[in-house]
Design a protein around this ligand. Structure first.
Ligand SMILES: Cc1cc2nc3c(=O)[nH]c(=O)nc-3n(C[C@H](O)[C@H](O)[C@H](O)COP(=O)(O)OP(=O)(O)OC[C@H]3O[C@@H](n4cnc5c(N)ncnc54)[C@H](O)[C@@H]3O)c2cc1C
Length: 510
């Protein structure tokens, strides 16, 4: 027998299997030993009151074995199927490839960077020695920008496709099953590489291809249609092209503009990473001087406000995480955040960003916003990828920092005044926005132990690669994922990858 129960639990009861079994047994009037398994279907933490609770929907298996917790997808053998060229192996490209396998199409994935394990070495060199590999870094390489991230899988794009299927595919490839039930699921940068490698193995074992260190430098045209992609080593891969190159591939936007493809400048949000001691965020969010205790996860927050009609908000929070150098070209600095699966570091970081409209920057062409963000990244660049930083208290009072709090950012920080390295529109709006967040938390958010680290410029794509009907720009060209301006985040990029592959299938006439 299987029964679903709505439960309100203490964090301890939610975490300790025996307690959970006992509570379910009492509610169902059965003996705890009769219960073979209890699985959460939904789980969220309610920390609005001083006593933190876990709200859950639990599935209880009584006298029968637990079934598989996810819906398994079957893939077809495609070695003799029609080739689909997929440029980029981020979430958009990888999930497009999996969807091709389902439809009997042969995905040929071209990736400029190295495999996800070699990437670890390249990012370590960047962190420890300030040596950037322009093709293999936190943005480029197998798994794309999401590979060394927090792996948050929360999305509001529920209308864009089957989120449950994306999560199930992650579990099928090695992610923790609790991502299926957690209200704010995340995988973690220590688990993601294994999941990505498993996805690659699925692609190859079913007859698809994955080519690393293969940079696409041009699309191949035949009349009005795109018929393939040409690479820097002279190879040409033929087939309809799903272009899923992410928003850090500025060279891709430039060759597309040069070759006359339809692009549009896009508004974005720009600001800093703000890093706090995690302990302070735990105490603030769980209303307890003891912090999160033994059973609660590292706490997160989400803030949003308006400053002069402009959005200022927190973005991509990484509890228990690290601030990292997410640069992909020499001479440009950009920071971002990631967390391991246990979110166990001493720090919490989040983007704190300001909405920038096209009219703010005097937009003249499709790449205006891209160049504007590059200018900020150039201003913030320092040798060895040390990042400009300022104590939050100094920033709020408009004075440069001379010393800084401890930070997770390995390349090192340089004390500065954000007003000197960010456009005043950004720093002034940010100061007012942070003032609102400090008021919302009755001052708890403001501390000299918090550090602003600049710049956070790649929150979304500054360019849209225009799509016309049914995911195509012109026949054979499917702009896809975050770089095309149609997704933001791992899950929405994955959904867009699936949608583009389905469009290729519809158009293939197979
Ligand atoms: C540090 C960090 C942390 C993040 N944390 C989260 C998070 O917790 N949750 C979340 O939802 N989102 C997060 N994001 C954002 C998320 O990673 C992106 O939204 C997502 O990866 C976009 O997917 P994509 O496939 O469209 O592009 P990308 O992931 O950017 O992948 C593009 C791929 O294309 C390749 N490529 C580029 N140009 C070429 C070329 N010319 N030829 C061949 N290959 C090329 C790149 O090497 C890359 O692998 C994070 C991003 C970063 C950088």
């Amino acid at each position: 027998m299987v029964k679903d129960l709505n439960l309100v639990l203490t964090p301890r009861d939610a975490a300790v299997t025996e307690n959970l079994r006992r509570i379910c047994a009492a509610k169902l009037s059965v003996r705890p030993d009769d219960i073979s398994a209890v699985r959460f279907i939904r789980k969220s933490i309610d920390s609005r009151r001083s006593e933190v609770k876990v709200n859950a929907l639990a599935r209880v298996f009584i006298g029968q074995e637990e079934d598989e917790c996810y819906v398994r997808t079957d893939f077809r053998e495609v070695s003799s199927g029609r080739s689909v060229v997929i440029v980029g192996s981020g979430p958009a490209g990888l999930f497009a490839a999996l969807s091709c396998l389902e439809h009997g199409l042969k995905p040929v994935v071209l990736e400029r960077g190295r495999n996800v394990h070699e990437r670890r070495v390249d990012t370590a060199l960047l962190n420890r020695e300030g040596r950037l590999d322009g093709e293999s870094n936190y943005a480029f390489g197998e798994g794309g920008a999401g590979a060394f991230s927090d792996g948050k899988l929360f999305t509001r794009s529920v209308k864009r496709g089957d989120v449950g299927k994306v999560l199930s595919l992650f579990v099928q490839h090695g992610a923790q099953p609790d991502i299926l039930s957690d209200a704010h699921p995340h995988i973690g940068s220590d688990v993601l590489p294994r999941v990505i490698e498993n996805i690659r193995n699925t692609i190859i074992s079913h007859g698809g291809e994955v080519h690393f260190s293969t940079k696409v430098t041009r699309l191949v045209r035949s009349g009005d249609a795109v018929t393939g992609a040409a690479c820097d080593d002279g190879r040409v891969f033929t087939g309809p092209v799903i272009l899923a190159t992410g928003h850090s591939a500025h060279d891709v936007y430039r060759f597309l503009q040069h070759d006359g493809y339809a692009l549009q400048a896009k508004e974005i949000a720009v600001g800093v990473r703000l890093e706090h001691p995690q302990d302070l965020i735990d105490r603030m969010q769980y209303h307890s001087q003891k912090g999160r205790g033994d059973y609660l996860p590292a706490a997160s927050y989400r803030f949003v406000t308006q400053v002069g009609g402009r959005g200022v908000y927190s973005f991509c929070m990484c509890p228990g995480g690290f601030v990292i150098p997410a640069s992909s070209s020499e001479g440009l600095l950009v920071v971002n955040g990631m967390s391991p699966s246990n979110r166990g570091s001493r720090w919490a970081n989040s983007g704190m960003v300001v909405q920038i409209r096209l009219e703010d920057i005097g937009c003249t062409d499709e790449l205006s916003m891209l160049r504007w963000t590059e200018e900020i990244e150039r201003t913030c660049f320092n040798p060895l990828y040390r990042a400009p930083a300022q104590r939050m208290t100094d920033f709020m009072q408009g004075r440069a920092s001379s010393t800084l709090a401890s930070s997770s950012y390995i390349p090192g920080l340089l004390p500065c005044a954000m007003d000197d390295v960010l456009p005043r529109l950004v720093s002034d709006s940010l100061r007012m926005g942070l003032g609102d967040f400090v008021r919302m938390t009755r001052g708890a958010f403001l501390t000299s132990e918090a550090t602003l680290i600049a710049p956070e410029t790649r929150t979304s794509s500054p360019v849209r690669i225009v799509r016309g009907d049914d995911y195509c720009q012109i026949p054979g060209l499917y702009p896809c994922g975050e770089g095309a301006g149609y997704a933001g985040g791992i899950v929405s990029a994955a959904l867009d990858g699936i949608a583009c592959a389905q469009a290729v299938y519809r158009h293939s006439g197979v």
